[in-house]
Design a protein around this ligand. Structure first.
Ligand SMILES: Nc1ncnc2c1ncn2[C@@H]1O[C@H](COP(=O)(O)OP(=O)(O)OP(=O)(O)O)[C@@H](O)[C@H]1O
Length: 298
């Protein structure tokens, strides 16, 4: 793979990683020299093949795994400081959660308030209000007395989103929030993320739903054990960049000519998919000027 890019700091002081390297205890380096910068008030997609280091990046930002090198800056402060101030919320992948743990939905959401409480963790009225509002906002208020393990996959995702809302995270990391959810729930989650963006929060969302990314993400990061390319979605989400990031893993087919038209129309439709919702690229058939391929690896 190509060498990582040099990142110019961008305005807004949102979330910035500089030369981040993560090596697990077994000696495996899952991320090497990964750098990117995301401004405030944006939704950024984190996209890459299985094992490319998406979850590792989230865990590194959250301080769950140590950085072997590099640094992460959150809203202009070092990540450990931002974590101490409860600014970063994390919605983990479903596989990373023990659903058999006997806990009510409202208790899960209250966990988002722990960082705002004292050592005894006694909830005050503002904590309870935050939980109520968060449950309302994700449409799960009616389920608050249910055991978390009794919910469907999409409902569980919404509860964990509510926990992040109750925490009032200014930076929200979501690890595959759309996996296993139906289209309606996906739409509801996207609408929620958009309203959080409009409040000026920073969202980093890992996803395999390539088709949804251009629709709701302002920016994208392509990752494969380092950051290959990052920037505005329109610059990053090109066929060439995605093919580089996914190699042979991506399914791709292009329809044109007699497959698509009964005349000599030169337009084509290309479908790229990582086996979730596909990205569809319409080619007008006109000669394209050489575009700026995002802020990509040189
Ligand atoms: N605790 C760990 N110890 C050692 N290696 C690990 C550990 N967790 C993950 N890895 C390895 O690090 C690499 C990156 O894993 P990671 O979970 O970050 O990938 P991912 O991009 O989130 O993948 P997916 O799309 O499948 O969720 C993989 O090769 C994985 O096997």
């Amino acid at each position: 793979m190509t060498a990582p890019i040099r990142v110019e700091p961008e305005g807004g002081g949102g979330l910035q990683a500089e030369h981040v390297t993560v090596t697990y205890r077994n000696g495996h380096t899952a991320l090497r020299d990964a750098s990117f910068a995301i401004p405030r008030g944006t939704i950024t997609a984190l996209v890459g093949v299985n094992g490319s280091g998406k979850s590792t990046l989230f865990k590194a930002i959250m301080g769950f795994v140590p950085l072997a090198a590099g640094s992460v800056t959150v809203l202009g402060m070092p990540a450990p400081e931002a974590l101490k101030r409860n600014i970063v919320a994390y919605v983990p992948q479903s596989e990373d959660v023990d659903w058999n743990f006997p806990v009510l939905v409202e208790d899960v959401v209250m966990m988002g308030r722990y960082g705002h409480m004292n050592m005894l963790r006694i909830a005050r009225s503002r904590d309870r209000e935050a939980v109520d509002q968060a449950l309302e906002r994700v449409g799960m208020a009616a389920f608050r007395k249910r055991q978390i393990g009794e919910l469907s996959g999409g409902q569980k995702k919404r509860v964990f989103l509510a926990r992040a809302l109750a925490q009032d995270g200014k930076v929200i990391l979501l690890d595959e929030p759309f996996t296993g959810v139906d289209v309606r729930t996906e739409e509801a989650i996207i609408a929620l993320l958009q309203s959080l963006r409009d409040e000026g929060r920073v969202m980093l969302v890992s996803t395999h739903n390539l088709g949804s990314v251009p629709r709701f993400c302002d920016r994208a990061i392509l990752i494969n054990r380092t950051v290959l390319c990052h920037g505005p979605t329109a610059d990053v989400f090109t066929q060439a960049n995605l093919e580089q990031a996914f190699g042979g893993v991506l399914r791709e087919f292009t329809l044109g000519g007699a497959d698509l038209h009964e005349d000599d129309d030169r337009r084509t439709v290309t479908v790229l998919t990582d086996d979730e919702r596909p990205l569809v690229i319409y080619d007008t058939g006109e000669e394209k000027a050489a575009g700026d391929p995002g802020e990509r690896a040189k």
